[in-house]
Ligand binder design. Structure first.
Ligand code: ADP
Length: 154
C-alpha cells in the first residue's frame, strides 16, 4: 500500500493545503495529514482546533487520515509505514526551504521520498501566516479557507 504523509503546522489549514491533498489523492492509497508538534513554532490555534478543522476539511475523503505526532517526521513515517512525504510548493522560496528539509530527511531515512506538488495559481499566495495576520486584524478570511472550516473571530 502506497502511503504518503502530508506534514505541517496547519495553523490554520487553508485552501492551498486542501488543494495539494486533493491533487495527490489519485497518486496514493492513503494520505495521512498530520500536525507535527515537535517544532519550536508557537501557534495561534490549539492542536485540538487545528485537528478539528483538518477533519472537517477532509471529512468526505475516505483515504485521508488526520493525526498529530511528537517525534521526528521520518520516525513517524516509519511508524505509519509511509514511504512518501508530500509537500506543496508555491514559489522558489518554498523550494529552497523544502529542499533543505527533504535533504535532511533523506539523510535520516533514504527509503523515504519527498514528493512535491506545485500550488495551483489561485492558491499560490495563500499562506497560514497571512491568514493569521488577517484574523489578528479582524478581517474576513473565509475565501482562503476550505469551505467547511469556520474560524471564530479572535
Ligand atoms: P510547515 O509549518 O511545515 O511549513 P505548513 O502548514 O505551513 O507547514 O505547510 C504544510 C505544507 O503545505 C508545506 O509543504 C507548504 O509548502 C504547503 N503549503 C502551504 N500553503 C500552501 C499553498 N497555498 N499552496 C500549496 N502548498 C502550500
Amino acid at each position: 500500500m502506497n502511503v504518503a504523509l502530508f506534514p505541517g503546522s496547519f495553523d490554520p489549514v487553508t485552501k492551498g493545503h486542501e488543494s495539494i491533498v486533493k491533487k495527490a489523492l489519485p497518486m496514493f492509497d492513503k494520505i495521512i495529514v498530520a500536525i507535527g508538534e515537535n517544532t519550536s513554532k508557537k501557534t495561534m490555534f490549539s492542536l485540538e482546533d487545528r485537528l478539528k478543522w483538518l477533519k472537517e476539511t477532509f471529512a468526505d475523503c475516505d483515504n485521508v487520515e488526520i493525526d498529530s505526532y511528537n517525534c521526528l517526521t521520518t520516525d513517524y513515517c516509519r511508524q505509519k509505514n509511509a514511504k512518501f512525504i508530500l509537500r506543496g510548493l508555491r514559489d522558489t522560496a518554498d523550494f529552497q526551504y523544502e529542499k533543505n528539509i527533504s535533504d535532511i530527511n533523506t539523510m535520516l531515512d533514504p527509503e523515504i521520498e519527498t514528493v512535491f506538488l506545485l500550488a495551483d495559481k489561485q492558491d499560490s499566495s495563500i499562506s497560514s501566516s497571512f491568514v493569521r495576520e488577517m484574523i489578528m486584524f479582524g478581517k474576513d478570511v473565509r475565501e482562503f479557507l476550505p469551505k467547511s472550516v469556520v474560524i471564530p473571530n479572535k
